[in-house]
Write a protein that binds this ligand. Structure first.
Ligand SMILES: [Zn+2]
Length: 301
């Protein structure tokens, strides 16, 4: 075969293989850097939280286990990017939309890690939460089980194989007591869990949320060199997203505090504190009201 013809045949085969690979990806999974992926939420399928994974030399580390049905979708998409074993899953916090899919990853051979506080929260709060969720939606939870994280770290856990480095950093209490984030210093990528979202509203209603320390957590993240940011919910962002989240939360906390000093009620504050200038965070009046009431109850103590 003439060399030129052979070369073009080879290139055509290569292009075909590449196209097949590209078309087999779900629309929700996007590469962020070599070996680093994120999977966006799919609200139509009730997969509301974002997830990610990093393909190390010998294994895969997943960020957030999602709901059981989300875990299934994430596992499918991971397998389209690598055949390496999924060895670790990091839950940013214990909430159902980030951790109820743990058992599917355990069955795939993974160990679940999160902060010690997150392990404690899972053991204390997820047993009743799981019972409630599986009772209200039995088909979704049939054959599934609650799996608590097996490894807890205090302040920091680092995965580094020379090729990739992922730092799991505890920054809570903020959204929950045990919040942690995943930072990739080489790629300047930050997975924030729900300490930062990029959509209307946020959940400061968790009984153990700590609004003031949440601001400190956002300040700590702002000190990191962040290029791309994957929030717990909403679109991919940047360091700018951290600033917007902080401004929204700070306006809410300062508004509630000023109102408390004047002796105002929660109802009065809900109607007086205008957060609509904070886009997208302040665009959902119902969520704003719930968050204002939660912060009011907390700061009033
Ligand atoms: Zn969430």
């Amino acid at each position: 075969m003439p060399r030129v013809l052979f070369a073009s045949l080879f290139l055509a085969l290569l292009a075909g293989a590449f196209l097949r690979e590209a078309s087999s990806q779900s629309n929700f999974t996007q590469p962020l850097a070599p070996d680093v992926y994120w999977r966006a939420a799919d609200r139509d399928k009730r997969i509301i939280a974002n997830a990610g994974w990093v393909v190390f030399r010998d294994y895969v580390l997943v960020i957030d286990a999602n709901y059981p049905w989300g875990a299934r979708a994430i596992l499918d998409d991971i397998r389209k990017t690598t055949s390496k074993p999924i060895r670790y899953v990091f839950d940013t916090h214990y909430h159902a939309d980030h951790a109820f899919g743990n058992s599917l990853f355990v069955d795939a051979g993974a160990t679940i890690v999160c902060t010690e506080e997150c392990v404690a929260e899972s053991r204390k709060k997820n047993v009743p939460a799981w019972e409630k969720a599986s009772a209200s939606s039995p088909a979704d939870y049939q054959g599934q089980r609650l799996e608590h994280p097996q490894v807890g770290f205090r302040d920091k856990l680092v995965f580094d194989d020379g090729q990739h480095r992922v730092e799991l950093l505890r920054l809570g209490p903020g959204h929950t007591r045990g919040d942690a984030v995943a930072y990739l210093p080489k790629e300047k990528i930050l997975f924030t869990g729900d300490l930062c979202v990029n959509f209307a509203g946020n959940n400061v209603a968790d009984p153990d949320a700590d609004p003031d320390n949440w601001l400190r957590a956002l300040d700590a993240m702002s000190q990191m060199d962040v290029g791309r940011l994957i929030p717990g919910h909403g679109a991919q962002g940047s360091a700018e997203t951290l600033r917007g989240q902080r401004a929204y939360l700070a306006a809410m906390i300062h508004g509630v505090r000023a109102g408390l000093e004047k002796g105002l009620t929660a109802d009065q504050l809900v109607s007086q504190i205008d957060l609509s200038a904070h886009k997208p965070w302040g665009q959902d009046a119902t969520r704003n009201a719930g968050s204002i009431r939660a912060i009011y109850a907390k700061l009033k103590r």
